[in-house]
Design a protein around this ligand. Structure first.
Ligand SMILES: *[C@@H]1O[C@H](CO)[C@@H](O)[C@H](O)[C@H]1NC(C)=O
Ligand SMILES: *[C@@H]1O[C@H](CO)[C@@H](O)[C@H](O)[C@H]1NC(C)=O
Ligand SMILES: *[C@@H]1O[C@H](CO)[C@@H](O)[C@H](O)[C@H]1NC(C)=O
Ligand SMILES: *[C@@H]1O[C@H](CO)[C@@H](O)[C@H](O)[C@H]1NC(C)=O
Ligand SMILES: *[C@@H]1O[C@H](CO)[C@@H](O)[C@H](O)[C@H]1NC(C)=O
Ligand SMILES: *[C@@H]1O[C@H](CO)[C@@H](O)[C@H](O)[C@H]1NC(C)=O
Ligand SMILES: *[C@@H]1O[C@H](CO)[C@@H](O)[C@H](O)[C@H]1NC(C)=O
Ligand SMILES: [Cu+2]
Length: 676
């Protein structure tokens, strides 16, 4: 269930350890309805599905996506507010592929029975499995045209490593087979294979038959040299920057949070951390204790990354199709990295393992998927120095400590550091950090001055073009501010000229607020106007009469630059606006549709929203797309320093006054702990 960074720290975590063990031993009936599937449940699903398929010996069965079916929201809330309420029925969805068709199977885990089995016959496909991608990349080694193409390039075939790329959809009318394209890289002399593409060769693999159905060797380009691509310190040549003095975050009394299964309580916050093959971390039931009102207040029913769209801008035959949906096609959870104590997370972190169903349906343990820690990074929570009163100086300052839940998704070349951070002030901050390896294209060029054609990127090293691309993270944010009935208020800041010309000023700005009545009123493209976007509960007001709310403060306002009729953009039309608001609907969860691989854009947030439903004083969901345009630069080579962006959900007239005025600073530690 959980393990700790350092053996000696176990002593300090003893109370926590005991609470974890007691959770593990708790009777099944007390399981949190939003918990991810346990290994036993995954096994059960597998055996039910396999047993239901006759003549198995002749059939390959692939479990593409297995997850708990979302329980009814009202039953979860009831269960959560009253521990005596029984858990809602525990169900699971399995999207299973066999006999060349996709089955959507709904399973009752309590009754251990299949409820329904429906064949989906649309043109799109569910998430890849790691095992099928591994099988696919092994195929070229025994594919004669490929072997010949590598020989021709004087490359050692066994050092050529291929990667699978989703094929996208470019207007094909007929349903296509389930496929990936392979692009290969040369690993001889460097582990940084992504910096060494073997350009010009593309293969297509039929994933159901697991065979190469297309091979094309269009041209040759020099494979970029291995020299300079290393990132392991043991293989790097000096000089190195000398190390800094030791830095660590110590909590000799242990962390201040408690982990109970997947539930976390820390200071005034309570939340649940779920896990999904597609989305990665799912934050649920985040609520904050209001010390003035002496009650716990709901904030976020559910928050997760619904999709991550990464289109590349290179139009050549080998590249045009690279328009990836990292959640819906690849699975951010499936690609979760195992976090390394002391490096990925500080010393005071607690780690959590997770399970997903592998391609064969069996539970696959993912160690150290999450780390949870208190961040004390030397920031100031609030302060003031008052010198105006004669003969005295008033000085009050509080150090910021926050709670971080972290996972890292390494989707092939890219690493995404995905943090959810909770502050005692009530703010929830989501941060994405982009690091890892760029997707680069091999080219004949070694100097910028040689380039006279469009190369769709930047020459970042000899023979290496860093391809232009975007990252669009679409967050699903089901805020329930003090309950389910919320409205979305956008406030534009307008410049006004004073009506009275005698005024010495010629302008000022004022806030013009408008409550969105329907979905169309709530579609926001950033960069057009300054807007303050607040999800309010119109039925709950502060003493001053302001509706209680939570505001979205974006750190990135980038939007798509592709034209709306471009096929990738049709599939990713949910990025056409930075913000959408929809009425809560249990089946509207994946912005790119339930089936994303080869999708055609007819089941996206953008199509659901065409209904233009009413969203005022209703249970609503806010969708925020955080975009990063990435025109690579030389510093991104051979490995990219983390580039961060994110957003803040910040209480706005939610509390009667500053909620951190009465935060007590962390207990002082004895000096000896940090003596030099
Ligand atoms: C299943 O197997 C049985 C006997 O092995 C055979 O008679 C039957 O035709 C098979 N059914 C299908 C659908 O392949
Ligand atoms: C099962 O998969 C193997 C390769 O993984 C393939 O050779 C075989 O044809 C597949 N069988 C069926 C019935 O699809
Ligand atoms: C496989 O599909 C074919 C037609 O698509 C169908 O006739 C056959 O019964 C299926 N086999 C199984 C085992 O479901
Ligand atoms: C999208 O269109 C395909 C046919 O092209 C259809 O099979 C599928 O059901 C449609 N999906 C939705 C959600 O409308
Ligand atoms: C493989 O790498 C080594 C070391 O960098 C180099 O000397 C050798 O020429 C490379 N071989 C091929 C076939 O690329
Ligand atoms: C929920 O959304 C789905 C897909 O958009 C739609 O088919 C269904 O009718 C919606 N349900 C309700 C109750 O609006
Ligand atoms: C700090 O030092 C005092 C006095 O030496 C001791 O009583 C106390 O237990 C120490 N606290 C911790 C957390 O080590
Ligand atoms: Cu990038």
């Amino acid at each position: 269930m959980s393990k700790f960074s350092h053996f000696k720290l176990i002593l300090f975590f003893l109370p926590l350890l005991i609470s974890l063990l007691s959770t593990a031993a708790a009777p099944a009936g007390r399981r949190h309805p939003l918990d991810p599937l346990s290994p036993d449940e995954i096994e059960l699903i597998r055996s039910l599905v396999i047993n239901s398929i006759r003549n198995l010996s002749t059939t390959n069965v692939t479990f593409q996506y297995v997850a708990p079916a979302d329980p009814n929201k009202q039953s979860v809330l009831l269960w959560h507010s009253n521990p005596k309420t029984p858990s809602p029925p525990r169900r699971a969805t399995a999207i299973v592929r066999y006999n060349s068709s996709t089955h959507e199977i709904l399973i009752d885990l309590d009754k251990k029975a299949i409820i329904s089995d429906r064949v989906y016959s649309g043109p799109a496909y569910s998430v890849f499995t790691l095992s099928e991608l591994l099988d696919a990349v092994a195929l070229p080694q025994s594919h004669p045209p490929f072997v010949a193409a590598m020989k021709k390039r004087k490359l050692k075939v066994k050092d050529v490593i291929c990667a699978c790329y989703s094929v996208g959809w470019f207007g094909e009318k007929m349903k296509q087979r389930r496929m990936v394209k392979l692009q290969c890289y040369y690993s001889n002399g460097s582990v940084n294979l992504y910096m060494r593409p073997v350009e010009g060769v593309t293969m297509t693999v039929n994933l159901d038959e697991m065979k190469i159905i297309g091979f094309r060797d269009r041209y040759e380009a020099p494979v970029p040299k291995a020299d300079g691509t290393e990132y392991r310190p043991s293989m790097l040549k000096p000089p190195f920057l000398p190390p800094l003095n030791g830095v660590k975050m110590v909590q000799p009394e242990g962390p201040s949070f408690k982990v109970n299964g997947h539930s976390i309580s820390w200071s005034n916050w309570e939340l649940h951390v779920g896990f999904d093959k597609r989305a990665g971390s799912i934050i649920s039931l985040a609520s904050i204790y209001d010390i003035e009102k002496q009650k716990r207040r709901q904030v976020l029913y559910k928050g997760f990354i619904s999709e991550l769209f990464v289109p590349y801008m290179d139009l050549t035959e080998e590249w045009y199709y690279r328009t990836f949906f990292d959640a819906g096609e690849y699975g951010l959870g499936q690609y979760a990295a195992s976090l390394e104590p002391l490096r990925d997370c500080p010393e005071n972190a607690v780690f959590m393992d997770t399970y997903i169903a592998a391609g064969d349906g069996r539970p696959m343990k993912m160690a150290n998927t999450f780390c949870i820690f208190e961040r004390h990074a030397g920031d100031i929570m609030w302060r003031h120095t008052e010198r105006a009163i004669s003969n005295r100086i008033i000085r009050e300052t509080r150090a910021e400590v926050s709670l971080v839940v972290r996972m890292v998704a390494t989707v092939a070349n890219y690493d995404y550091v995905l943090d959810w951070e909770f502050k005692q002030s009530g703010s929830i901050i989501a941060t994405v950090g982009l690091t890892g390896l760029l997707a680069v294209k091999a080219s004949k060029y070694t100097h910028r001055d040689q380039i006279k054609e469009e190369v769709y990127g930047t020459l970042i090293s000899e023979n290496t073009i860093g391809a232009n691309h975007d990252h669009f993270f679409t967050y699903y944010l089901d805020l329930d501010v003090d309950g389910g009935s919320n409205s979305f208020v956008k406030s534009n800041l307008r410049t006004v000229r004073p009506p009275n010309t005698d005024n010495p000023r010629k302008s000022y700005w004022t806030v013009v607020s408008e409550t969105a009545k329907t979905e169309a009123d709530a579609r926001i493209k950033f960069g057009r106007q300054e807007a303050e976007l607040v999800v309010v509960n119109p039925n709950r007001r502060t003493r001053m009469g302001n509706p209680v709310g939570y505001r979205l403060i974006p750190k990135s306002t980038a939007g798509p630059l592709l034209s709306v009729d471009d096929y990738p953009q049709i599939r990713a039309a949910f990025t056409n606006y930075n913000v959408w608001v929809t009425p809560y609907n249990i089946s509207e969860k994946w912005a790119s549709g339930l089936y994303t691989d080869q999708s055609r854009g007819n089941d996206t947030l953008a199509t659901w929203s065409l209904r233009n439903r009413e969203i005022e004083n209703k249970d609503i969901v806010m969708w925020y797309t955080l975009g990063v345009h990435h025109a690579p630069c030389q510093e991104d080579f051979p490995l990219m320093p983390t580039l961060s962006s994110g957003f803040e959900l910040r209480p706005t007239n939610f509390f009667e006054s500053n909620p951190v005025l009465k935060v007590t600073p962390p207990r002082p530690l004895n000096r000896s702990v940090c003596a030099h």
